[in-house]
Design a protein around this ligand. Structure first.
Ligand code: FE2
Length: 234
């Protein structure tokens, strides 16, 4: 794990520590070849896609609950253009407890990868809601403010219902566009994941994303969520 220096109770940048150690780095031992060598990657943008096992039964329960919500709950406008968007407190609903548990455990694992301090803080649900995007509905590019981790789980995805697209958060990179032979993690400025039932994607809440228009004639149903942190009680 990367060392950090403490200053005023806040961790300083890892780079400060690296500068201190830089003279000792064995730079001359790296072979000078035309193929180059692997860079250190910093300012990472993690995205965690996973397929939920045995999701068909969970999806059926979600769709049953969705029918009830659409009859009984108000439609809330957020980044969605068209479609139906539930209120954001569905993490409190017992009928969604199973998918909530899967999402919560997944996010804890993701947060551990981010070195989140679980000794002093808990990762908790801030919001969870459900979306039905009908034909031609889509979601504008947006971020999820005031959260740490966000994500989406797909319960129903007809063919052609639209993918989720993420955008490079390092905007300055548009100043250095160069010809490439292929798109890689090192040169892409947008990235799509193909939506599919059972797919759960977790990402940093600051990562801008959008959802393509639903070009099928059926609706797509997904659950979205925001995770935040809360100090452990003494
Ligand atoms: Fe979103």
């Amino acid at each position: 794990m990367q060392d950090t220096l403490e200053r005023d109770g806040q961790p300083s940048t890892p780079q400060a520590d690296r500068v201190d150690r830089a003279p000792a780095m064995p730079a001359t031992r790296t072979p000078d070849t035309e193929d180059g060598y692997a860079p250190e990657l910093w300012f990472a943008t993690p995205i965690w896609p996973r397929k939920v096992l045995d999701h068909e039964r969970i999806d059926a329960d979600i769709l049953t609950a969705m029918d009830t919500y659409e009859r009984e709950l108000p439609n809330v406008a957020r980044s969605n253009v068209g479609g139906w968007h539930s209120p954001s407190d569905l993490h409190k609903r017992p009928e969604l407890a199973e998918i909530r548990g899967i999402i919560g455990r997944t996010c804890v694992g993701c947060a551990k990868r981010l070195a989140f301090d679980f000794t002093r803080f808990d990762l908790v649900f801030q919001e969870m809601w459900i979306n039905r995007n009908g034909p031609r509905d889509y979601n504008r590019a947006h971020v999820h403010p005031n959260a740490i981790l966000s994500g989406t789980y797909y319960a129903k995805v007809p063919e052609g219902a639209g993918n989720i697209e993420f955008y490079d958060p390092i905007r300055e990179r548009i100043m250095s566009v160069y010809p490439v032979k292929e798109r890689t993690k090192m040169n892409s400025q947008a990235l799509q994941y193909r939506a599919a039932a059972g797919l759960l994607i977790v990402f940093p809440s600051w990562l801008q994303h959008a959802v393509e228009p639903n070009l099928s004639e059926e609706s797509r149903v997904s659950i979205a969520f925001n995770m935040t942190f809360r100090a452990k009680s003494a």
